[in-house]
Design a protein around this ligand. Sequence first.
Ligand code: PLP
Length: 457
Amino acid sequence: MARGAAPRDRAHAEPEKLAIFGGTPVLAPGSHRAWPIVTDDERARVTRVLDRGVLSGPFAPESLALEAEFAKFVAAKHCLLSHCGTGALVMALAAAGVHAGDEVIVPAYSFVATPLAVAQIGAIPVFVDVEAETGCIDPSLIEAAITRRTRAIMPVHMHGCAADMAAILAVAHERGLLVVEDAAQAHGATFDGRPVGALGHAGGFSLQSSKNFAAGEGGLFVTNDAAVAAEANSIRNFGQDVTRADAASHDATRPLDGTRALDSQRVGSMYRGNEMMAAFARAQLARLPERTAALQRRAERLSAALGELQGVIPPRTPARRTSVHHKFRVHFDPAIAGVDLSPQRLRDVMILALRAEGLEVVLWQSVPLPAQKVFQRRDASTGFPHAAEGGADLAVNYDPARYPVTAKLLAGSVVLFSQSFPLIAQSDETVDGYIEAFRRVWHQRDALVEWTARQPS
Ligand SMILES: Cc1ncc(COP(=O)(O)O)c(C=O)c1O
């Protein structure tokens, strides 16, 4: 049952029948454009790689060119291609100086790759709650999570919105900690006008297919520190001594026969990318600024329209930061909406109603990261590192109940668009459809609430 909210945003006479009740959906099947968009440019560039016959290697030409172009794009001095974003983050953590047994402070809301990158090098992720409006780590809570084992803070620029880097870097500076940025979702987002990624000691981006900058799979490590870059390059190549000087002696007619000694200096792995990925990525990067600007205009228009609906809260980007809206999270407030449902039930019925109208609506994540089994079990058989003596009490830190902002955010919001059909790929007309569907559904929320009450719980 709906409580008596102001009727002005409720349905008046004869509203369009909602698709969930048998009406015609706002968006017909096939209205969404799949991502990434592949043009003749991508085809030509990948074909050139195949014709050239050099498919891989740390000094292969497409990879080197992509690294130079992306370094420029994010104003970083050094960039290295890797085969995925998680690999780039592992390289960033290890090269910056995080070791087994160290603790790394991460947000309780992210994709699991953030804490797993930490655990993969034998370090311990320690969770901190997030800002309600952005989902980025809440800098005011970091201090309380620092122990004598803490080595780094790993902010995530969630959904493409820059984290509060000034506050994070200030805590890190004060406490002598490293800052390693998970910029997997945030290609081109800025803090105080500076692109994120290399604002701290090192960072990593993802080129996985859903990302605004997509290459199927792939990752990009960035830093401004030459020593950190050299270390990351070694980690990327089995711990071998790999220097840019080797590039000069690279012989394109014998691309697999480099001059570097096969004598590993440290524990490393194989995190390199390949030439098809790099060529595809270069074509995407050439269009990224223009596509990002169009996406930001669409996101603003969508936010403005949804913000007019009482109790619908679109993403808001705080001052000093920009967002590239990789994901578009919309919150519902039942009290403001005058709806007598829990946030979760309102969210769930909105998902059903909006999907029926043809919209892509997903939860993406549904619980704070520490609730995932790997962190609840944390035994050696799962690959979880041995907890550090004198460090955080993980039984306490991994209690999901300690992350009320993350839990509330997840219970009361949805992500519009999806991995296969992200906002960056959609036309203005499709976004208009989202606005119309939202208005139609929201104006008839009383009917949805009544329908929900009749459903078996
Ligand atoms: C926040 C975040 N971190 C890390 C990753 C890992 O990137 P990848 O899938 O390229 O390894 C992703 C995306 O998948 C992500 O969204």
